[in-house]
Design a protein. Structure first.
Length: 232
């Protein structure tokens, strides 16, 4: 209990003392996580809608791979991205390994299947009667899609929150492709692991409280948006 209290006190000290390194690490964590979930949302939502509303050759195989991705171990994602960005890899000439861009790529790889699968599941639940009613009213394809999105906005936001929860907690892949380089690729999760390995449990706990606070604030904002739209 004393260790937890010491960690909380340390977290407050780090925040209010204006520790530059902590702010940089927290800022980079927010940056890579928000960009990652934005990319996953931009790709995953349309793909999930397509898989949920249409039938085409190879659809079931694609769904199988997406569902396999739901349980993709982060270290496997990190290994694949590392091989892709290695000097002798397909994208080695871009020198992206051990950079924030590499962390974003790894986080997209682990969060995209979540957003896509949950979106697909939501759109698969749409009844045939609703689709027939919308068509009977003379709605165009774009109008139909807009109506469906409006009907399923809560499920869509839930998919985004689930994807964000995955990236904000990610450590294995980020450590592997980012290298946890001070001032460059060090984020909260990888810093916590490093401090624990050094035996600095007070600092690790302090950073964990900061990470939880960041996750709580963003999740609360998304939840508020979800429930606010429900009321409206």
């Amino acid at each position: 209990m004393d260790l937890l209290l010491d960690g909380l006190k340390k977290a407050i000290e780090l925040i209010f003392s204006g520790d530059q390194e902590v702010f940089e690490i927290t800022g980079l964590t927010l940056k890579v996580c928000l960009i990652s979930i934005l990319i996953s949302t931009i790709i995953g939502l349309p793909l999930g809608m397509l898989l949920g509303l249409t039938r085409f050759k190879g659809r079931k195989i694609l769904l199988i791979f997406i569902n396999i991705g739901l349980g993709l171990p982060p270290v496997v994602a990190g290994l694949w991205i590392t091989m892709l960005l290695w000097r002798s890899g397909p994208l080695g000439d871009f020198a992206l390994l051990y950079s924030p861009a590499a962390i974003i790529m790894a986080q997209v790889l682990v969060s995209l299947p979540i957003v896509t699968s949950l979106t697909c599941t939501a759109f698969q639940q749409i009844s045939e009667k609703m689709l027939l009613q919308i068509k009977a009213l003379g709605a165009t394809r774009m109008q139909t899609l807009f109506i469906l999105i409006k009907q399923l906005k809560m499920a869509i936001l839930a998919a985004i929150m689930a994807g964000f929860g995955r990236v904000i907690a990610e450590v294995g892949a980020a450590m592997m492709v980012g290298g946890n380089i001070q001032g460059d690729t060090r984020i909260l999760t990888t810093t916590i692991v490093m401090e624990v390995s050094k035996g600095n449990f007070d600092i690790a706990l302090a950073l964990s409280f900061i990470l939880l606070s960041v996750a709580l604030l963003i999740t609360a904002a998304l939840t508020f948006l979800q429930q606010r739209k429900r009321i409206s």
